[in-house]
Design a protein around this ligand. Structure first.
Ligand SMILES: CC(C)(COP(=O)(O)OP(=O)(O)OC[C@H]1O[C@@H](n2cnc3c(N)ncnc32)[C@H](O)[C@@H]1OP(=O)(O)O)[C@@H](O)C(=O)NCCC(=O)NCCS
Length: 243
C-alpha cells in the first residue's frame, strides 16, 4: 500500500478459505454491505486499522479522509444472522454497472441500522488526473476469506470509473502474497517497484496497475468476476449488498 508505514505483521494472511459448513456454523447468515464511510464509522475504522496495521504510524486520519473531495472511503459493514437487505440496497451485481460503462457509485442513503453495524473492511481510493490510487485497504481478520476484500476492490474499480479514471494503481509489500493475489485476480500487474518504501522495516513495495478499465476486454473480465463473486458465497450463507 502507498501508506509507507504499515507493519510487516499485517503484510500476509495465513487465513485459509473456510469451507461452507464451517462458515455456516461460525458466521450463520452474514450480510456485507458496501457503502461510503460516514462519521459514525470513525471509531470502528480507527480501531480496525490498528488491528490490521498494528505498526502503522501515523494512523490514517479517517475523519479528514471522509471529508475530502477527490476520493472515496468505502466500508464493508457486516450484519449477522437474519439480517435483511437494507432498504434501497440490493444484491451486489456490479455486472450491470461494469458492462457498457461503469456508473456512478450510488449516493449513500445510510440508514440508522447500518450505521450501527460492524465495519468489516475499508478501502480509501484517491482520484488524481485520470488515475485512481488505492491508498489503503484492509479487512478484519475475522472477516477474511469471505469475499470482503473482493467486494472492496470491486467498489474501488467502480468508484474509479465513476470518477473518470482509466486505471487503478497501488503499492503493496513485496512479501504480501495475499494482497497481491487479490489484485492479480482483478487484473493488476506489477509495473515497477519502490526500494525501501516501507519505513518501518525498509521493505520494497511493488507498484501494481490495472489495464485501462474502460477497455471492453477488461470490462468483460470484471463482469465475470463480479458475477462469480455474487454467486460464490450464497452456499456459505454470505450475502453482499450495496447502499
Ligand atoms: C488482503 C486482504 C484485504 C484480502 O481480504 P479478504 O477479504 O480476505 O479477501 P477475499 O476473501 O475477498 O479474497 C479474494 C482473493 O484474494 C486472494 N487472497 C485473499 N487472502 C489470501 C490468502 N491468505 N492467501 C492467498 N490469496 C489470498 C485470493 O486470490 C482470493 O481469491 P480466491 O478466494 O478466489 O482464492 C486481507 O487479507 C487483509 O486485510 N490483509 C491485511 C491488510 C493488507 O495486507 N492490506 C493490503 C495492503 S496492500
Amino acid at each position: 500500500m502507498p501508506t509507507k508505514h504499515d507493519g510487516p505483521t499485517s503484510a500476509t494472511s495465513s487465513n485459509q478459505t473456510p469451507d461452507s459448513a464451517s462458515l455456516r456454523d461460525s458466521a450463520k447468515s452474514r450480510l456485507y454491505v458496501l457503502r461510503r464511510a460516514v462519521a459514525e464509522d470513525l471509531e470502528q475504522l480507527n480501531d480496525l486499522e490498528r488491528e490490521v496495521f498494528p505498526t502503522l504510524w501515523p494512523p490514517t486520519n479517517f475523519a479528514r479522509e471522509i471529508k475530502k473531495t477527490g476520493q472515496a472511503v468505502l466500508v464493508s459493514s457486516v450484519q449477522s444472522a437474519g439480517a435483511q437487505s437494507p432498504p434501497g440496497g440490493r444484491s451486489v451485481s456490479l455486472v450491470e454497472r461494469v458492462v457498457g460503462g461503469i456508473k456512478t457509485l450510488a449516493t449513500p442513503g445510510i440508514t440508522d441500522r447500518q450505521i450501527g453495524d460492524g465495519v468489516a473492511g475499508w478501502a480509501i481510493v484517491w482520484f488524481v488526473a485520470g488515475e485512481a490510487h488505492i491508498a489503503s485497504i484492509g479487512v478484519a481478520e475475522s472477516d477474511r476469506r469471505r469475499g470482503v476484500g473482493e467486494l472492496l476492490v470491486l467498489g474501488a474499480i467502480e468508484a474509479a470509473a465513476a470518477n473518470d479514471c482509466d486505471e487503478l494503481t497501488l503499492e503493496v509489500r513485496e512479501s504480501n502474497d495475499a494482497a497481491q493475489a487479490l489484485y492479480r485476480k482483478y487484473g493488476f500487474e506489477i509495473v515497477g517497484e519502490r526500494k525501501g518504501y516501507y519505513v518501518d522495516d525498509n521493505e520494497d513495495a511493488l507498484i501494481m496497475t490495472t489495464p485501462d478499465i474502460r477497455e471492453p476486454d477488461y470490462a468483460a473480465k470484471l463482469a465475470e468476476l463480479a458475477a462469480d463473486h455474487s454467486k460464490r458465497w450464497v452456499e456459505a450463507g454470505i450475502r453482499f449488498a450495496r447502499d
